[in-house]
Design a protein around this ligand. Structure first.
Ligand code: SAM
Ligand code: SF4
Length: 356
């Protein structure tokens, strides 16, 4: 029997959500992310990943998101999902606390067979990332040198992935299939309306994300942030919106289309930070724990994973880490002077390593 105890941090925020990265590698090179193309040394195996998920669930985690890099590059994805699912069904298991298991992916490798296998293995929801609706903007936002035609090929594959996910049973009407779009001023802000139109036609909730100052490769400047307010204003002018608010601990503020065509959501980490409800722990593919996307330091959990798994020690280490947590970087950034990063950029980790 594994002990279970819910933990909260110094700012009384409970640990409830785990983002587990399966790889830092990616098959795209989005300029705001710039991932590695080589695998990390010390990639965790399935037993180690399950030990991390178990420890996190024992401390209160109820939502698990599998991410990366590109998580579909991980050959262990389906078997991990299946192992998680079988334990979710055991009432005494900490994993039975999981309300949902989700995946964020660029969709390139999401064939019909893969989508069906993921559904069968127990995945509840998929969020697919796409930042443009034509070859030129997709090529630019995915870092392709081949220009319009390579962008058009990627767009085609992502649209096919959306269809594959839908036909595998990920129903957008139930929130099981959504679209993520990062909007960067000077790069793809002209894509806000086309993306909204695409999502409306496909019946998908569009989650528009402000360009964030994560990592130190992307050359972020405050001027490159196209704010959530600007995104909403653009869409509202064409398809009027009704504000629905932000639910507790959610990253997104939601809006409903007045004409009944569904919802959009905006993730405004820069202009409207949500640190006060942040309940997310990030674990990297090589076993580092980060309590904030903008953290300068992580904590290695490898001493409790290698050479052998020490489940009790792992749980204590995670509990100590969470209970000492005080991160509220985005709020501090905003109160400093409205935009400038205040932490040491060179010490920051990259988004594809942290898992987004
Ligand atoms: N490769 C997968 C994908 O793109 O969906 C999963 C990993 S990716 C790091 C997770 C999410 O983070 C994506 O929706 C991506 O667009 C977003 N993201 C990456 N870098 C970002 C940045 N600098 N600002 C805002 N969002 C970012
Ligand atoms: Fe890859 Fe996702 Fe980063 Fe784009 S955002 S480079 S798809 S990890």
């Amino acid at each position: 029997m594994i002990s279970q105890i819910a933990v909260s941090d110094r700012l009384h925020r409970p640990l409830q959500s785990l983002r587990l990265s399966l790889t830092a590698r990616c098959n795209l090179a989005c300029p705001y992310c710039l991932p590695d193309h080589q695998e990390l040394p010390g990639l965790l195996d399935q037993a180690q990943r399950l030990a991390l998920i178990t420890a996190a669930c024992s401390l209160g985690v109820r939502r698990l998101r599998l991410t990366g890099g590109e998580p579909l590059l991980s050959s262990g994805l389906e078997s991990l999902l299946a192992a998680v699912q079988s334990r979710r069904l055991e009432p005494a298991d900490p994993l039975s606390n999981l309300l949902e298991v989700t995946l964020t992916s660029n969709g390139l490798l999401l064939s019909e067979d893969r989508a069906k296998a993921l559904k069968l293995a127990g995945l509840d929801r998929i969020t697919i990332s796409l930042d443009g609706t034509d070859g030129i903007s997709v090529a630019e936002m995915t870092g392709q040198q081949g220009g319009e035609s390579s962008g058009a090929q990627i767009l085609h594959r992502v649209l096919e992935a959306i269809r594959a996910a839908r036909s595998a049973g990920f129903d957008p009407a139930r929130g099981a299939l959504k679209l993520n779009s990062v909007i960067q001023r000077g790069r793809n802000e002209q894509q806000v309306l086309p993306l909204a139109s695409l999502a409306r036609n496909e019946g998908l909730e569009l989650r528009l994300i402000e360009y964030m100052d994560v990592g130190n490769r992307n050359g972020w400047t405050p001027e490159a942030v196209f704010t959530a307010e600007e995104m909403v204003r653009r869409i509202d002018a064409v398809w009027p919106l009704v504000h629905q608010g932000r639910s507790q601990a959610s990253t997104a503020r939601r809006w409903r289309y007045q004409d009944g065509a569904g919802w959009i959501a905006v993730v405004a980490s820069i202009s409207d930070p949500f640190c006060n409800g942040c309940n997310r722990l990030r674990l990297t593919a090589d076993g580092m724990a980060y309590t904030c996307l903008f953290a300068e330091h992580g904590t290695s959990l490898r001493p409790w994973l290698v050479p052998e798994i020490d489940a009790e020690g792992l749980m204590c280490a995670l509990a100590d880490l969470w209970q000492a947590r005080r991160d509220r970087y985005s709020e501090q950034r905003l109160s400093a002077d409205g935009s400038q990063p205040s932490s040491d950029l060179t010490a920051r980790q990259e988004m594809a390593y942290l898992g987004g």
